[in-house]
Design a protein around this ligand. Structure first.
Ligand code: MN
Length: 301
């Protein structure tokens, strides 16, 4: 196996996904389009807001991916075109498998929450499953492991002798590590996986190098362990997976294999075809015009 690449910190892009609601988009990154099948990572918050004003997103569609919501603080009501209505609370995951097509909204849950902090990731579906029927899975309880001062939540996949409940279709892993004070642990990794780390709160160290929110630390492939630490309260997310061997195209809320598929999903949504509507009080979000957009396949450098 070739030498392990040095970690590289790739800046996240700041994007406003709802009025006044800015997120740090760590994936896709110009320099790194995917980590395994993980193809999108938005770190939202922590943000404080008035009661009843959780940042909300009206009905919009997805194809070819799973949306994976990791709630750190706050509450959000998820509604989708399957008829699901599910509040997600801190420590929980919502996994929505779009398959051939789903639509959903994310709304204020009507509670007392005045703080929102979450990570939303997307997982590209392999060709064998990307036309499957849509599905929704709420995961209220995830494996938690106390280790060397960290509380580790296993979000997806298998690690440290545990298996996370979210149903995924390619070998991948996700974990959240949080600490309330100084901590340091050596974490075993799978050398066949590629990995990345995003700091979510304060500052962490990765093999001794400092990392703060606002970057994707790309670890590449070929590692069998990594040392994670912090000097004070902090939080990070680690994602990894077997390199995804299919070239994907991504645009707006869609993952596909060709521009034609993206264009069809766009026109279907805007013409009220193919997708079932969401019973939401929020306004439906129209797909933007694809004309002039340069669609670059994931494996093209
Ligand atoms: Mn969505």
């Amino acid at each position: 196996m070739s030498a392990t690449p040095a970690p590289r910190a790739l800046p996240a892009k700041t994007t406003e996904i709802a009025p006044g609601f800015t997120v740090r988009r760590a994936l896709p990154n110009r320099e790194r389009r995917m980590i395994g099948a993980w193809c999108f990572l938005d770190h939202a918050g922590p943000v404080t807001h008035a009661r009843g004003h959780t940042p909300a997103v009206g009905p919009h569609p997805h194809i070819g991916l799973q949306t994976f919501t990791w709630m750190i603080d706050g509450e959000i009501l998820h509604r989708d075109s399957l008829g699901t209505e599910q509040i997600i609370r801190p420590g929980q995951v919502n996994l929505m498998t779009a398959g051939r097509g789903i639509a959903h909204s994310e709304e204020d849950a009507g509670g007392d929450s005045t703080r929102t902090h979450l990570v939303q990731l997307w997982i590209a579906l392999p060709d064998a499953h990307r036309h499957d029927a849509p599905a929704f899975q709420h995961c209220p309880v995830l494996p938690r492991i106390a280790r060397d001062g960290f509380e580790i939540t296993l979000l997806a996949g298998e690690a440290l002798g545990q298996t996370a409940p979210p149903k995924v279709f390619t070998p991948l892993v996700g974990m959240d590590l949080s600490a309330t004070g100084p901590a340091s642990t050596r974490l075993p990794l799978d050398p066949t996986f590629e990995y990345a780390i995003v700091c979510l709160e304060h500052e962490v160290t990765v093999d001794g190098e400092r990392l703060q929110p606002g970057a994707l630390l790309d670890l590449g492939q070929g590692r069998d362990a990594i040392t994670l630490g912090c000097d004070a309260a902090a939080r990070l997310i680690l994602i990894g997976g077997e390199p995804f061997d299919e070239a994907i195209v991504m645009w707006w809320n869609f993952v596909a294999r060709t521009s034609e598929e993206l264009a069809r999903a766009t026109s279907d949504w805007n013409a009220h075809r193919h997708f079932t509507e969401v019973a939401s009080p929020l306004a439906r979000i129209a797909a933007p015009d694809m004309k002039g957009v340069n669609i670059r396949p994931s494996h093209q450098t």
